[in-house]
Design a protein around this ligand. Structure first.
Ligand SMILES: [Cu+2]
Length: 277
């Protein structure tokens, strides 16, 4: 596909391009199943056609009267079992891959709210600081050229490429669902409970998703944008995020923290007020 991969396209057929190992696995699973069901459908139609022809009352005026055929019964039991095993083994392997991330390198917490997401970075490693921010959809009237209606947000979840990222998912009010099709992710965000998933992105870019559990009036207006950047850019971004909180300033780093570029906390408060007004 010519356009960028992490978003839906007009007249799109099939899935969005896979951007994570899990989604690659899902594509393979889908392809395998497509071969299997096509094979079954073709076999059944051929068999039906043969039966219609061969046992038409002109060609077969006296029907056979037997009521059982052990050989045939064994075949029609064994063949489906083989098909189920062929489907089941890769399916369970994929499920395991989805549930059990290997070598997690960092963790991000995604929290669903009515009606926006907030992201917490509990282990911004080199700064040793925790930070969080809200992520709101950009209203249609505020869209800049190139931004996607109902998908782009003010503060995307920024992640480094080639990194195994665990996402902890929860909600503060009602059920939401954290879903990003190109990453093969869909996990319910349940108040009082933490769900887990993971992804790792090879290609820098923005990967879009939407809340996928009906959560109230603005359910359709709390998209998810995951922006994958190079590891260096990610470190820069973390630095910018973590150098703005005055209460976390320590003596050793105060000189680099004195240049406050922006105050995410402030934006946070204003946003919340706007939301409540
Ligand atoms: Cu929601």
């Amino acid at each position: 596909m010519s356009q960028s991969s992490g978003q839906p396209h007009p007249w799109q057929l099939n899935f969005q391009d896979a951007a994570s190992p899990v989604m690659e696995g899902l594509h393979d699973m889908h392809t395998l199943l497509l071969y299997v069901i096509t094979g079954i459908a073709v076999a059944v139609f051929l068999l039906l056609g043969y039966i219609f022809y061969r046992f038409h009352h002109h060609r077969n005026p006296t029907p056979m009267t037997f009521t059982s055929c052990p050989t045939l019964e064994i075949i029609w039991t064994i063949v489906p079992v083989i098909i189920l095993v062929v489907i089941g083994i890769p399916s369970i392997r994929l499920l395991h891959k989805m549930e059990a991330p290997q070598n997690v390198e960092m963790t991000i917490k995604a929290v669903g709210h009515q009606w926006y997401w907030s992201y917490e970075y509990p282990d911004a490693k080199n700064e040793g600081q925790h930070f969080e921010f809200d992520s709101y959809m950009i209203e249609q009237k505020d869209l800049k050229p190139g931004q996607l209606r109902l998908l782009d947000v003010d503060n995307p979840m920024v992640v480094p490429v080639d990194t195994v990222i665990r996402v902890l998912i929860t909600a503060v009010d009602v059920l939401h669902s954290f879903a990003v099709p190109s990453l093969g992710i869909k996990r319910d965000a349940v108040p009082g409970r933490v769900n887990e998933t993971w992804f790792s992105i090879k290609k820098p870019g923005t990967y879009y998703g939407q809340c996928s559990e009906l959560c109230g009036a603005k359910h359709g207006f709390m998209p998810i944008a995951v922006k994958a950047v190079s590891k260096e850019e990610y470190q820069e971004w973390v630095k910018a995020k973590t150098t703005v909180k005055p209460e976390t300033q320590s003596g050793a780093k105060s000189e680099e923290k004195s240049n406050h570029q922006e105050d995410p906390k402030k934006g946070h408060v204003i946003k919340r007020h706007k939301e409540n007004a």
